[in-house]
Design a protein around this ligand. Structure first.
Ligand SMILES: [Zn+2]
Length: 673
């Protein structure tokens, strides 16, 4: 065969192999046997070895990568890879829709595109000139790991996308750069086979397909990844190729040559159609060849989706509507009480260890006394437990028919199991609390939380050292940490001079803290990391947060009633205020959240009146805050601008009297730029 013939033959083989790959791995159709396809691949490989000048980056032979990597490079995502909030109930779906409606002008009607939520690993793929160029994991959402070589081994990922079906104007754009997102997953049969092989080789088995997929993608040797039979489902088109809806994005993905689930996914004109889809998928779930853990519901209209923006790390316009978690049965060997950071006593069932959803479970929460009564769960009972996401498993049912008569009822202790103080149940609350505010257990948990990574992040100050500090009466609450010196620490057991100095240095460094971390560190009930960030961005100083009323808090979009109540209670409690004062006395410097960009609106106070032409009131307020301005509800001499829409009402006249500058929505948007 001469050079010219070889080139032609290589081209033809490439095309044919790729066609069969697409049929088999994307469309689940098979025209020729595996052996026949392997034979074609073998011929191509031989030819390319002879004529290496004809090896193209999209040749099927390039799927099995070269040498193992020493480590993965980091890749910055052009657009952050977000995660989704989870719900389990239809009422929660309705809440989600209502929250979104509140943020949108009334005339917008919401429709949805619902798709299967693959239980795998999120991946982003970038194509240049139509050829697969780079792929990365989600990582922390902003920076992921470059796993290009491993992704190339996945047959369902095209090495070259099909741009021919796009309108010519968009072809150019897509050639420049095309970014696609989706899920790498493993089929049930491939997962079972993999675990069989692991067992034969005396290697640990994978707990679930998600772990298996994640572990396989993060192999430094792409030959191992290739042996794992991973799969890919696309769900997101990052590049604007004219898609006006999420559904259109899926259709384009399909045209480009991806498996995009278009036959299993569904357009839903309203939420009740979503519910119907969710139910239908639930019935089919076990017969699908892969695992899903729910359905993802997207607001179909792209513009509306973008308009709703992001809260925390999740887009407001999409949500994961999940299925109840997997269950197993086991025996309750004991019920013990734990004292948590809020002082609440939580009964915990100690179980005969059992495997649920791929991991061993030995403890399950019983939440509170009412729950134990409702379940009528007794020590010795056989129970059904279930795991929901990453939350601790819970007991869902006691199987009373299996009782022998030896079972024992559980009673909530009347005294705190840690400090012996009286246990009380507050009016209107289900939880019991230790009445001793300085309860060792309470304090200990609070201090652990206070110095933890997401809070003050004091390096070296772990639970063991905190226990020692408490036992030796060196600290009684978190504020005392900032008064420690090296001579306090050195006498402690197993403490070297150097590590004492290191800790004191870390404590000094931790005195400068962002407002969000500070709020989180306080350990206010129901205030997690994201809520702390929301509060910080909204109030900007601890003083303002402290003065906020229940109504002020409840008005914030992200803050629900229970959370608002908890925050306002915290800041009305004498002990909390004393603690705050002590912390500030110790020289804690709280940094105000950064205003992303300096705008003309920074530091200015705005009041909105009347109906604005394009923004809803909440949208306008959010935009003002994001630009560093303040959005107030009533006019005063401190108001800088009144933003007036149609039918402005009495505020308009008042603003004139006070000499407050009156501007239109258009002028507002200019100020915010
Ligand atoms: Zn106690």
């Amino acid at each position: 065969m001469d050079k010219k013939e070889a080139k032609l033959r290589i081209e033809k083989l490439k095309k044919e192999i790729n066609r069969h790959r697409y049929l088999y791995h994307v469309l689940d159709k098979q025209e020729i046997s595996d052996a026949a396809l392997d034979s074609l691949k073998h011929e191509l490989d031989q030819l390319e070895r002879k004529f290496p000048e004809f090896i193209a980056p999209d040749s099927p032979t390039q799927r099995v990568g070269g040498k193992p990597l020493a480590e993965f490079k980091k890749i910055q995502h052009k657009l952050p890879m977000l995660s989704l909030n989870d719900v389990f109930l239809f009422t929660e779906m309705q809440d989600w829709e209502n929250r979104n409606k509140k943020l949108l002008p009334k005339e917008i009607k919401l429709d949805y595109y619902a798709e299967l939520k693959m239980d795998g690993l999120a991946i982003t793929l970038v194509y240049k000139q139509g050829i697969f160029w780079k792929g990365a994991t989600r990582g922390n959402g902003k920076v992921g790991e470059d796993v290009t070589e491993n992704l190339k081994t996945i047959e369902a990922i095209p090495l070259q996308v099909n741009l021919a079906d796009l309108p010519s104007s968009l072809q150019k754009k897509a050639e420049e750069e095309l970014e696609v997102r989706g899920e790498v997953f493993m089929k049930k049969t491939d997962f079972d086979k993999l675990n069989e092989i692991q067992k034969e080789n005396e290697q640990p088995e994978f707990a679930n397909p998600r772990n298996a997929a994640a572990g396989s993608i993060r192999q430094l040797d792409s030959k191992i990844t290739a042996s794992r039979k991973l799969n890919f489902m696309a769900y997101g088109l990052v590049t604007d190729l004219g898609q006006k809806t999420h559904q259109e994005a899926h259709e384009i993905l399909q045209k480009l040559g991806f498996r995009a689930g278009t036959k299993l996914n569904q357009y839903c004109p309203d939420l009740s159609a979503v519910e119907q889809y969710h139910n239908e998928v639930s019935k089919k779930r076990n017969s699908l060849p892969f695992w899903i853990d729910g359905v993802v519901v997207n607001i179909n209209d792209q513009k509306t989706f973008e308009r709703l923006g992001v809260v925390g790390k999740a887009p407001r316009g999409a949500i994961a509507y999940k299925y109840p978690a997997e269950q197993a049965t086991t025996v309750v060997e004991d019920i013990q009480v734990q004292v948590g950071r809020t002082g609440a006593l939580t009964p915990v069932a100690h179980l005969r260890p059992v495997r649920v959803a791929g991991s061993t479970v030995a403890r399950a929460t019983l939440h509170n006394e009412d729950e134990i009564k409702r379940l009528d769960v007794r020590i010795g009972d056989t129970v059904i437990i279930q795991k929901a996401g990453d939350i601790i498993p819970e007991v869902v049912k006691a199987l009373s028919k299996l009782r022998t008569g030896q079972e024992k009822k559980f009673n909530m202790p009347v005294q705190c199991p840690i400090c012996g103080s009286k246990v009380v149940r507050r009016k209107g609350e289900v939880a019991h609390y230790c009445s001793n505010k300085n309860c060792f257990a309470v304090q200990k948990e609070k201090i652990y939380h206070f110095v933890s990574k997401k809070a003050f992040d004091i390096e070296g100050l772990g639970p063991k050292i905190i226990d020692q500090l408490l036992e030796n009466n060196l600290i009684k609450d978190v504020s005392d940490i900032f008064g420690l010196n090296t001579s306090d620490l050195e006498p402690l057991e197993r403490f070297a001079e150097k590590s004492a100095a290191n800790i004191i240095e870390a404590v000094e460094k931790a005195k400068k803290i962002s407002l969000a971390r500070f709020i989180y560190a306080l350990g206010i009930r129901h205030v997690g990391e994201e809520t702390a960030i929301d509060l910080a961005n909204h109030f900007r100083t601890i003083g303002r947060l402290q003065k906020a009323s229940f109504d002020d808090l409840n008005r914030i979009y992200e803050i629900g009633e229970v959370v608002a109540r908890s925050i306002s209670d915290f800041f009305q409690d004498k002990h909390s205020l004393q603690l705050l004062a002590r912390l500030l006395d110790q020289g804690i410097k709280i940094k105000e959240p950064e205003v992303r960009k300096k705008t003309e609106a920074s530091g200015k106070t705005f009041v909105i009146t009347g109906t604005l032409p394009s923004l809803s009131r909440e949208e306008a307020k959010t935009k003002i805050r994001e630009a560093g301005g303040k959005a107030a509800s009533s006019l005063s001499l401190n108001t800088d601008f009144l933003v007036a829409g149609d039918n402005p009402g009495s505020k308009y006249e008042k603003a004139k009297k006070l000499g407050v500058k009156i501007i239109s929505e258009k002028e507002l948007l200019n100020l915010l730029k």
